[in-house]
Write a protein of this length. Structure first.
Length: 109
């Protein structure tokens, strides 16, 4: 990616091709590029991303409920879906284990 900077050195525009004002090259995954792209997202895009994360959690819970109630079998799901759900379950389990150390009362003793 090629970047154009303002007088403060901040990225103000990016381009896939080198042009007169876009002479500095940065990798696609450069932190400055990612930060610039994130800052250009609209409030609606950011809200949609947040709801996507919440919906993923809801779908995980729905799948778990359907499996628990015998409506579907976990093995009926495509292998890739099984792998993703198992990985998320493991990560959530680790996170819950860590939270067990905190009783949530936020007292500063």
């Amino acid at each position: 990616m090629y970047v154009k900077r303002n007088q403060s050195g901040e990225i103000v525009s990016i381009s896939k091709v080198a042009e007169r004002e876009f002479t500095e090259s940065l990798g696609d995954d450069a932190p400055e590029i990612l930060q610039f792209l994130q800052s250009e997202k609209s409030a609606e895009q950011l809200a949609l991303e947040q709801t996507d994360q919440a919906m993923a959690r809801v779908l995980e819970d729905v799948v778990s409920l359907l499996v628990e109630q015998g409506v579907i079998r976990f093995t009926d799901l495509p292998a890739i879906a099984q792998d993703k759900l198992l990985a998320r379950r493991e990560l959530r389990g680790k996170r819950q284990g860590i939270q067990l150390l905190d009783d949530g009362d936020n007292l500063h003793l």
